[in-house]
Design a protein around this ligand. Structure first.
Ligand code: COS
Length: 384
């Protein structure tokens, strides 16, 4: 990891995270079931890694999240334990809307349990006909005496159907697109909520949810009715750079493995690294990686420093776009330089090759990130 503008306490934090992940989480990882790995999440809770998502000291209420800390955590974990990285990130994505927009009662009900790893959280936005176009979502909130009843379906929801708490985005005003969406907190054991797991390219807890009259009352609203779209978008402004950090961590692991390999693998009587085509490819991989990392930490700083919301959104989109595309290319090059053994099931690169693919799709596909960036530059006249 480069120490670009990192304070000594951040460098120490990264070393501590990596050490703990290697010493205390390795034995709990390797779950290929595609379901939530509760012992792993609980262990991260005990280590204080989940609390680190949101800042604050044990015993005190968590503070708002810091993007820099989140990115450091994700990059550090991604280099040594992708499963732990993803489990941690999903806890954050699912619960951040609660911390950001929940009433003090809702925050108190869920956040301590999420931080301890006792409760699993999930972010439920996507639907069968509303993925990239999130404002087209149709899960319907039918008003009733005390609040609403939810009817409809969500899909591609990480941690579903195992989560204990879902942040659910539902339509409260028909025909109003983004202006008619409300964010609700829904317990995983709510009557009328059902779900199933989906089998993916890379084992990942993800599933489908069905809502058949799930009751939510006014106290379960995150923020205000019809203002939930911004709750989702603000959450993604925080998490998109951190997806970039995940990508950077994976790419660093691939580059490290490849550097070792080309130094030691002898072909035609000399180490592979002596071939200029190979050395130049390593140089390109390292340069892409450094550029990705700089964009990620620039976006994280922009988020933490506040200021122009359009600038935060644009930088978040740039970081996610560039870092995930770069990681895919770096990992592909790493596979190529290793040859067939990288494709053998169980090899580090075989894992990374499968794991990296989804990053260019979830939390807004690369094409959506380009649209967000273009809209800011062309539509709003933003300059970089
Ligand atoms: N922060 C706060 N508010 C935001 C925001 C942000 N980052 N981005 C948009 N909004 C607000 C806008 O200000 C607007 O509100 P007003 O009408 O009151 O001004 C409203 O939300 C609608 O925004 P916009 O007009 O930009 O909506 P669009 O339908 O054009 O779509 C995109 C916006 C494409 C950005 C959105 O649909 C998106 O992010 N799609 C990808 C979804 C995604 O990432 N899914 C993955 C789920 S998690 S795995």
């Amino acid at each position: 990891m480069s120490d670009f503008q990192l304070a000594p306490q951040h460098v120490a934090f990264v070393s501590w995270v990596r050490e703990k992940a290697i010493e205390e989480l390795a034995d709990l990882s390797g779950d290929e079931s595609g379901r939530v790995n509760r012992p792993l999440v609980q262990a991260m809770g005990k280590l204080g890694l989940l609390r680190a998502l949101f800042g604050g000291e044990p015993g005190s209420p968590p503070r708002d999240a810091a993007a820099l800390k989140l990115c450091l955590l994700r990059e550090a974990l991604a280099q040594v334990n992708g499963e732990a990285e993803t489990a941690l990130a999903l806890q954050g994505l699912g619960s951040y809307p609660i911390l950001q927009s929940g009433t003090p009662e809702i925050v108190e009900r869920w956040i301590p349990r999420v931080i301890s790893g006792e409760a699993i959280a999930a972010f439920a936005l996507s639907e069968p006909t509303a993925g990239s176009d999130a404002a087209a979502l149709e899960l319907w909130a039918e008003p009733d005496r005390t609040g609403w009843r939810l009817f409809g379906e969500k899909i591609w929801i990480s941690n579903a159907p195992d989560a204990d708490v879902y942040t659910v985005f539902a339509r409260t005003t028909r025909g109003a697109r983004a202006k008619g969406v409300t964010a609700f907190v829904v317990p995983g054991d709510a009557v009328g909520l059902d779900g199933s797991s989906l089998d993916m390219l890379s084992p990942h807890p993800i599933g489908r949810l069905t809502f058949d009259g799930v009751a939510v009352d006014r106290g379960d609203v995150l923020g205000e009715p019809d203002k939930g779209f911004a709750v989702a978008m603000r959450t993604l402004d925080l998490f998109r750079p951190s997806v970039g950090a995940f990508a950077v961590g994976m790419a660093q692991a691939a580059l490290d493995a490849t550097t070792d390999h080309v130094r030691t693998r002898v072909v035609h009587g000399a180490p592979l690294a002596r071939q200029q085509a190979v050395a130049h490819r390593i140089a390109d991989m390292a340069t892409q990686l450094e550029a990705a990392r700089l964009l990620v930490y620039a976006a994280a700083s922009a988020y933490d420093n506040g200021g122009d919301p359009g600038g935060i959104t644009r930088r978040a989109a740039m970081a996610k776009l560039y870092a995930t595309e770069a990681a895919q290319s770096i990992i592909d090059s790493a596979v190529q330089l290793h040859g067939a053994k990288a494709l053998q099931r169980g090899h580090l690169l075989e894992h990374l090759y499968r794991d990296v693919r989804s990053l260019r799709i979830y939390e807004g596909a690369s094409e959506i990130q380009r649209s967000i960036i273009a809209r800011e530059i062309i539509g709003r006249g933003a300059t970089t």
